[in-house]
Ligand binder design. Structure first.
Ligand code: NAD
Length: 470
């Protein structure tokens, strides 16, 4: 069925804002009417989303190719497949996760019983970024639906083809009593943020994250902030460098480095760096060929603005692979770039790279690597490649990051069984699988006690000597 929903905003048109107000009102009415409470109805919406993803697969895949030059297999794995997997996992476990958790209330309240229920929050807002424009819009939506909420979805205007395809998908397959879409940029998002929501789930950069948090504070709305940062990699001496290089290269150059958990910079001792470099080059060649520009598996930067920013971080004197000479602005192409001899205060170390540039930095061992991570903002992920259990343990306990992956890059966020989220400057709150349900619900304790016998009498005044001994 095709449902009428809000029209895409076109900037100055105040009708866009009227649409937002109408959407908010409609979704409040349907939530208050209890439309989203029934678990079977939630599962039906998840199923409708799954059906839509299957039927619209072609359109969505083409949109991802148009926006990001995303290869169709990569899109199948990291975008559509990831959401499908999330739907399957949540669908399979939802009833058991929603079963109230029975708890003892302790001797003082006995006889009594207690439980914790997962209560829907209400109307939620999901603001998504452009880099995995489908996955990062729909995975939070899966959690919102599973939690029994209504949702307004704001896809990223920076990936316009995907934004349009998502709007079509959601308006065609989901019930407008549950989900509405607002397309648009800053103006529309600003108008949305003036509304009162029961949760705002934002994925993107920390500057806008602050804008979102400030707007949310006005209504005391809780937020989940999925932000970014410079995710470090440490490669220890003695590891299998061929496998290590392949895992890092795949993690880095998938989606042309435009991944929030992409390895941002790599640390190792000078000796290990020297031995690792040929393996990194070889891994790039194995995956993308001698001329990555002609590879169907290598993507493009999202925009010219983004292209200019990433290129400004490259120092060609330090580039041992790729570099600004192997770039084409009109095509938004930048070759996989490796930089050696990088210093800690070089421009490339000043911000999240978010592109296909990997700086290699020399450290004198795990002690310095840990110290370097600790002196920076807490990253979304940290990666360590080491065979030594004691070093793995030191990274786990002595560094703080959204997550830690040992022996792999990127792949760990592909499983719905691990919560995914940041800490500190890389965000707050987490989702995927059960964590997503928890983010989109309130854990409500319900305590029950019969009126007779009135055992609470022991705490009523008058506070006699016998009661004082309690
Ligand atoms: P973006 O530019 O698409 O912005 C994200 C959203 O914010 C968009 O929907 C956009 O319309 C909205 N927005 C932009 N400016 C705004 C403003 N002034 N007021 C209100 N809303 C505004 O995406 P981005 O921020 O460039 O995304 C890249 C960043 O996101 C990187 O830092 C990356 O690490 C991070 N990221 C994090 C995750 C995660 O899961 N933690 C995932 C992907 C990306």
């Amino acid at each position: 069925p095709v449902h009428p929903a809000s029209e895409p905003g076109d900037g100055a048109d105040p009708a866009a804002h009227t649409g937002i107000t109408a959407d908010v009102a409609a979704l409040r009415v349907s939530f208050d009417a209890g439309t989203t409470r029934d678990i079977s109805a939630r599962l039906a919406q998840l199923d409708a989303l799954r059906r839509g993803l299957r039927r619209e697969n072609r359109r969505l895949t083409q949109a991802l190719a148009q926006d990001l030059g995303k290869n169709r297999t990569e899109a199948a794995i990291t975008e559509i497949g990831a959401v499908m997997q999330e739907i399957s996992h949540v669908t399979k476990h939802l009833r058991s996760w929603l079963r109230p958790e029975k708890l003892s209330l302790g001797a003082l309240l006995a006889p009594a019983s207690g439980e914790v229920r997962r209560e829907p929050l209400g109307l939620t807002l999901i603001i998504a970024p452009w880099n995995y424009p489908l996955n990062l819009t729909l995975s939070p939506l899966v959690a919102a639906l599973a939690g029994g909420n209504t949702a307004i979805i704001k896809p990223s205007e920076v990936a316009p083809a995907t934004s349009a395809a998502l709007a079509h998908l959601l308006r065609t397959y989901l019930d407008p009593a549950w989900v509405r879409v607002t397309e648009g940029a800053v103006e529309e998002t600003t108008a949305l943020l003036q509304q009162r929501f029961d949760l705002i789930f934002y994925t993107g950069n920390g500057t806008v994250g602050r804008v979102v948090a400030r707007a949310a504070a006005e209504h005391l709305t809780p937020t989940v902030l999925e932000l970014g940062g410079k995710s470090p990699v440490f490669v220890d001496e003695g590891v299998d460098l061929a496998v290590t290089a392949r895992r890092i290269v795949w993690g880095k150059f998938t989606n042309t480095g435009q991944t929030c958990v992409a390895p941002d910079y790599l640390m190792a001792t000078p000796r290990t760096l020297e031995k690792l470099l040929p393996h990194l080059r070889r891994a790039v060649r194995e995956m993308y060929g001698r001329d990555p520009r002609r590879s169907r598996d290598y993507g493009r930067l999202v925009s010219e603005k983004h292209f200019d920013r990433v290129l400004s971080l490259i120092d060609d004197e330090r580039a041992v692979l790729g570099g600004t000479g192997q770039a084409d602005r009109a095509d938004r192409y930048l070759a996989p770039t490796l930089m050696t001899g990088v210093d800690w205060d070089d421009p490339v170390m000043g911000e999240e790279i978010f592109g296909p540039v990997l700086p290699l930095l020399a450290v004198d061992g795990p002690d310095e690597a840990i110290a370097r991570i600790r002196e920076r903002d807490k990253p979304l992920t940290a990666y360590v490649f080491t065979d030594r259990a004691a070093i793995q343990e030191r990274f786990a306990t002595e560094t703080s990051s959204g997550s830690l992956a040992v022996g792999m890059a990127l792949a760990h966020i592909g499983t719905p069984t691990l919560p995914f989220g940041g800490v500190g400057e890389s965000g707050s709150g987490a989702y995927h699988g059960r964590a997503g349900l928890e983010a989109f619900t309130h854990a409500k304790p319900v305590a029950r006690k019969a009126l007779t016998p009135d055992t609470l009498r022991i705490v009523y005044p008058p506070y006699t000597r016998a009661k004082r001994a309690l």
